[in-house]
Ligand binder design. Structure first.
Ligand code: DX5
Ligand code: ZN
Length: 218
């Protein structure tokens, strides 16, 4: 089972002083989804934004919202994103019942994803692969945009693809962090079909060309 490539620009890298303008511009530039990087300053070493900010993005969004909860307690917070999220992804490192939280998200009719930090072995997410719609392989240490891509993470992308095929599963495989035309190409070759890109899109003079280049359409 493979999926058409999705480009999901990360709003973390947008100019928040003109948020709605940036949302409209990146959608017009070809974004398939918008990626929302929620950080609690506990699971990761940064605090970004919360449900009220995401709700503000949702007011201008015409494409699905892909919510990445980099928070220690997604079990108590995921519902705050439920009214506008197409996808809610939680970290396997979270301090909660991950399986129960994934079930609860799906039970609300929202797609669910599982993700892991670069230092977390892929084996820790294997128990959940049968119960998710997306696997997100972090290709940087989560917490900040603009970091360099960690190529060793492609091993996890290949593992996700192999298990999906061996077990007849259908989840999307997403990568997040340091994605540009070159790292996007190697990620797609390894099996990724959903690419989060913040800096390489929002800092680009031509966002549409940047998105086409990551998609491999250039
Ligand atoms: C890290 C964030 C970033 C962001 C994308 O926690 O998740 O990876 O989405 O950042 P860039 O594309 O600027 O590396
Ligand atoms: Zn993210």
């Amino acid at each position: 089972m493979t999926h058409p490539t999705i480009i999901a620009p990360s709003v973390l890298a947008a100019d928040w002083g003109r948020l709605h303008e940036q949302v409209r511009a990146v959608q017009d530039a070809g974004a398939d989804w918008l990626h929302l990087d929620v950080m609690d300053g506990h699971l990761v070493e940064n605090i970004s934004f919360g449900p009220a900010f995401c709700d503000c993005v949702a007011k201008a969004a015409k494409v699905p919202l892909d919510v990445h909860l980099m928070i220690t307690r997604p079990d108590t917070f995921w519902q705050r994103f439920a009214k506008f999220a197409k996808m809610i992804t939680i970290h396997v490192e979270a301090a909660c019942d991950v399986a129960a939280t994934l079930r609860a998200i799906r039970g609300a009719g929202i797609q669910c994803g599982i993700t892991l930090k670069p230092g977390t072995p892929f084996s820790l997410i294997e128990p959940f692969l049968g119960d998710v719609d997306l696997v997100l392989v972090m290709t940087v240490e989560p917490g900040f945009g603009g970091q360099p891509f960690i190529p060793e993470m492609l091993e996890k992308v290949r593992a996700a693809r192999e298990i999906r095929s061996a077990r007849g599963l259908a989840y999307r495989i997403e990568v997040d962090g340091g994605i540009n035309a070159a790292t996007g190409k190697s990620s797609i070759e390894a099996g990724a079909d959903t690419l989060v890109a913040g800096t390489s899109v929002f800092a680009a003079p031509d966002m549409a060309a940047a998105i086409r280049a990551i998609r491999g359409a250039e």
